[in-house]
Write a protein that binds this ligand. Sequence first.
Ligand code: PLP
Length: 390
Amino acid sequence: MKIVYTDNNATTKVADEVIEEMLPYFGELYGNPSSMHTFGDKVDKKLKQARQRVADLINADPDEIVFTSCGTESDNSAIFSAINAFPEKKHIITSKVEHPAINKLYQHLQETKGYEVTFVPVDEKGLLDLDLLYDSMTDNTAIVSLMWANNETGVMFPIEDIAKKAGEKGILFHTDAVQAAGKISIDVKKCGVTMLSLSGHKIHAPKGVGVLYIKKGFKFSPYLIGGHQEKGRRGGTENTVSIIGLGKACELARENLSVMNTKVRELRDYLQKGILEAIPGSSVNGDLEQRLPNTLSIGFDAVEGESILLMLDRDGICASSGSACTSGSLEPSHVLMAMKVPFKSAHGSIRFSLSHYNTKEEMDIIITTLVPVIQTLRDMSPFWKDGKVI
Ligand code: PLP
């Protein structure tokens, strides 16, 4: 069965070019980049190239790049470093729709370390309440951390404006750009963030490698304390093979940015239009403009997202739902709940997230498969009668 993979915000296929770049370093070139000998130095040189390639994707300097094990580690390291830098400041800010890598950490700091946390709300389109955000920034705020783009809806926050405001108030600003990287242009010099997180497996590199950009001048305190690797900012022998793959993936992502904003955007819009026209009682979650070009979160009235996913999976279509199975009850995700997406469609929300590997034929397969799937589920639904929700 042909797989139609539209779950790229969950993870991406490792690009063939990336695998090719990595292979020699799995095999004969296994040296430690910290070694003094020429054999290790060969790997060190390749690591330097990877650092440069990552830096080029976000217009950073190579020595502002620290390699980590994943986006989650980058996010955690940024926040811990900020609160270490200002131990007297006991207030931290984020939004209600962050990934658990930030959301859960903030809850942890609130519950166990006595931090006062402002979780800034969003409106029904997923856009941030900027007045509340700016009003909540005080002299007691250690850090503001906001995602650049939401993993479920693709909705983007105005990170450049927020970073500027935080800068004016002398507050550290971190952005989780795990979903934004490789999909929109990022220029850290222009936007002025203090720290920024990336993850390899969202941009066609392997899983288990991430990046923390740390602006020159910020006195970063390491989260992993150990050897002198990463200029003392992250102890532990580098995951050389994956970092080399990530470097290549960043180079490809830079080349493919225009494809993301033309071909991939057109495919997403084609899929969105096709579904909305073919299936009554369907609606897009999130702002239509301030949105990543590859993401479509769409709710279907009176059906369960998990049932849709299972039926699509039977036909080889990979997507994801906006629900989280918590203690036996299926609740809409915290993102859809924060947006106050109506109950009737929040439960039946599906996320399709595309990459440049997708085709128009695949979008047609999704649309033609989805129509009978939704019809079948609505025929069984107690909430659907005579072509509408009851
Ligand atoms: N932040 C966002 C917005 C994400 O979507 C993800 C992963 O889905 C992460 C952080 C965590 O990244 P990783 O899986 O590399 O830890």
